[in-house]
Design a protein around this ligand. Structure first.
Ligand SMILES: Cc1cc2nc3c(=O)[nH]c(=O)nc-3n(C[C@H](O)[C@H](O)[C@H](O)COP(=O)(O)O)c2cc1C
Length: 197
């Protein structure tokens, strides 16, 4: 690799990320915020973490409630991600972007986006500050999903965030299956090739 950055202030070289919309309801206030920095942390128990800056209205609301939802969208709904991610709940009511936009969770009092392709109901188990963000770790107590959207377990065109206000999606028609057996076989082939040289 030709370029090298020492101690970068910003780094986007590992993007894109699926967009996860964090939904919170604290009292009568409902808010949604787009997040790119999120990850599954454990299967058992099912834990998921999302990094939220303490500057966000969402962080203020998460100080008042211990539940949140994570909503994943289809590429066609990139405008929702932009609204939830470029406007703050402090300035606009993001719970009223469209009629009938959300419903309460089946287990928790978290807002679930009606247009989501999947959504997790999360019970906050820990919040840990890391640098300028706080990692909110939730235990997933329920999963909603649109069955026909996930064929073979893969979302058709899940909305991805590529950074710099650009959105994309994974082209799952180009999916390749590569198993452990394939890995062993390929390793054998690569090694025998390098021995021949
Ligand atoms: C696609 C996208 C992803 C984002 N990811 C994050 C993130 O992971 N963490 C974060 O704190 N802010 C992230 N942001 C910024 C917040 O979504 C943005 O500041 C939002 O307006 C905060 O809303 P709130 O003040 O209503 O909570 C992202 C913005 C966009 C557009």
């Amino acid at each position: 690799m030709k370029k090298f950055l020492e101690k970068p202030s910003k780094f986007y070289f590992h993007y894109p990320f699926p967009v996860a919309v964090v939904g919170v309801k604290a009292g009568d206030t409902v808010n949604f915020m787009s997040a790119a920095w999120h990850t599954q942390l454990s299967f058992d128990p099912p834990l998921y973490g999302v990094a939220v800056s303490p500057k966000r209205f969402t962080a203020t609301l998460l100080g008042k409630t211990s539940e949140f939802s994570l909503n994943f969208l289809d590429f066609n709904d990139y405008q929702l991600a932009g609204i939830f991610g470029r406007l703050s709940g402090r300035e606009v009511d993001k719970s009223r972007v469209a009629e009938g936009e959300w419903v309460l969770g089946k287990i928790l009092r978290v807002p679930i986006l009606e247009r989501a392709i999947s959504a997790y109901e999360c019970k906050l188990v820990q919040s840990v500050p890391f640098g300028d963000h706080i990692l909110y770790v939730g235990e997933i107590v329920g999963v909603h999903y649109v069955e026909e959207y996930f064929q073979g377990g893969i979302g058709k065109s899940t909305l991805l965030y590529a950074g710099n206000d650009r959105y994309s999606f994974a082209d799952v028609s180009k999916t390749i299956c590569f198993t452990k057996e394939d890995a062993l076989e390929t390793l054998r082939r690569l090694r025998s090739g390098s021995e021949e040289q």
